[in-house]
Design a protein around this ligand. Sequence first.
Ligand SMILES: Nc1ncnc2c1ncn2[C@@H]1O[C@H](COP(=O)(O)OP(=O)(O)O)[C@@H](O)[C@H]1O
Ligand SMILES: [Mg+2]
Length: 587
Amino acid sequence: MPIRRLPEQLVNRIAAGEVVERPASALKELVENAIDAGATRIVVALSGGGIERIEVIDDGCGMPPEDMTLAVERHATSKLPDDAIENVVTLGFRGEALPSIASVARLTLESRVRGADGWSLVVDNGRKEGEGPAALPPGTRVRVEQLFARVPARRKFLRSERSEFAACVDVVKRLAMARPDIGFTVEHDGRRSLSVQPGEDRPSRVAALTDRGLADNSVAIDYERGNARLGGVAGLPTFSRGVADHQFLFVNGRPVRDRLLIGAVRAAYQDLLARDRHPIVALFVDVPGEEVDVNVHPAKTEVRFRDAANIRGLIVGGLRHALDAAGHRSAQQPSAAALGQWQREPMNAPLYPTPQRSFASAGTQSSVWDRHEGFTPMPAARAEIATAAPPEAQSFPLGVARGQVAATYIVAEAEDGLVIVDQHAAHERLVLERMRRAVENGGVARQALLIPDVVELDEVACDRLEARIGELAEMGLEIERFGPRAILVRAMPALLGAGDPKGLVTDLADELAAFDAALSLKEKLDEVAATMACHGSVRAGRILSVAEMNALLREMEVTPHSGQCNHGRPTWIKLGHGDIEKLFGRK
Ligand SMILES: Nc1ncnc2c1ncn2[C@@H]1O[C@H](COP(=O)(O)OP(=O)(O)O)[C@@H](O)[C@H]1O
Ligand SMILES: [Mg+2]
């Protein structure tokens, strides 16, 4: 067959295959154009999931009629004044979106430059249909109708209107997150589904587009590494989600999808979250243009970093740094669901129902606590006489201990409410953080046993422990091989207090069996620390003195990440005075 040059219309349709995959990808191009045009408000109207109609209205700079004609031609762009892609500051630069969209749909372009008259131009499936004067406010209005109506092969691959619509909203969300200075509205079949005002700050914009609660449950990031800078918002581990749908990455203001992000975020939250939980993050990476290639894919949603390792370090370091600063904070409000479980007794119920581990006054019970039907333990709480007024909130955010419930929960009074601490989960966290710091600073302090303890174990377990003698010593546990089937414990980590050497060494041996031999104990520090904490002095079921409880609260207040246990669950919750009043119907 002879070689021939393809006609422009066919070339455009081939390009459309890459750029316009579904309504959301066409919409993305149109909204990017509006942003590049300097719009302050962008209105998106969709019908039928965007398949029937996509309309984007902006108040940007507009185009004169001759530019409109050029704009629907291939590779015509106003955005690369010096032909250097690496210096591009706009979202668009390929000059192929409008002609591609126009080749697979009916495109109506209306535009007006401030101070001039408006103009309108229609291209239907690659064929220019006509043009003429149009009345519209300054700015541009683009309408795309019947996408893929003449390309059945593509139309067949579209999903339901609902999922096409969902993809459209996602596209606008990502762009809106990058530009809190611009207002965005999305309407679908006449119903408004998204609306954000121009001129918001970044954290409020991110919260508005993900979860309103994020504003109170996140930390701001501001971090630098080499010539790269990281900004944005990181959700507290206790404010996590069951799916990773709220993770956003922007590179030089451009929303991108990147596996690097997912891996780096995982690493940063590694010992703060259980495996099946996902944090909410919006991360903004800024690097010099030559450090990143934005022209990897026609849809411009992927980038390639020259120094990917530096960017990974930037993200992990930035997240950890910000989360460290979050200290003892956790998602402080009990969830609405948990709050709803505090039932009020019916008015005519007996004052003392079956005794159970009840907390607070008779008549209030919670399904959060275990109930042992038919088992009636003596109450474990010992009330302290409340002589001292609650301390200033700023000096003691977690309050002063008032008592202990079920030998497991510390009840404290803070200036602004009632704090309940899971003593075991909190202690586990404190041990991990103390160990992490000590290991970073050259080793955990040890306390020698007066008489070394001999622990008998099977030979394989002894071999495993022996292989880790050096690492365990760094963590404060000094052991020695003692014959084929025994280990001698000479010193225990001082931070565990008077612990239980036999239990600890036995559990560590079990755990080492499950570890990958290639992993260093430092990489598994959270698990080692959790095991150690279990054999330390503060366990669930141990009665604490008021002084011990207060010491634990004070340490939590100054320890990074103490708001969540090593698995991301909260270590404490607060019932604010307002919550308590609601429970008693006073509000
Ligand atoms: N909403 C708009 N407002 C002003 N100018 C626009 C708008 N949309 C497109 N244009 C102009 O049309 C040109 C072509 O757009 P497009 O095909 O998306 O390519 P690119 O954005 O890569 O330049 C742009 O460079 C710009 O000059
Ligand atoms: Mg464009």
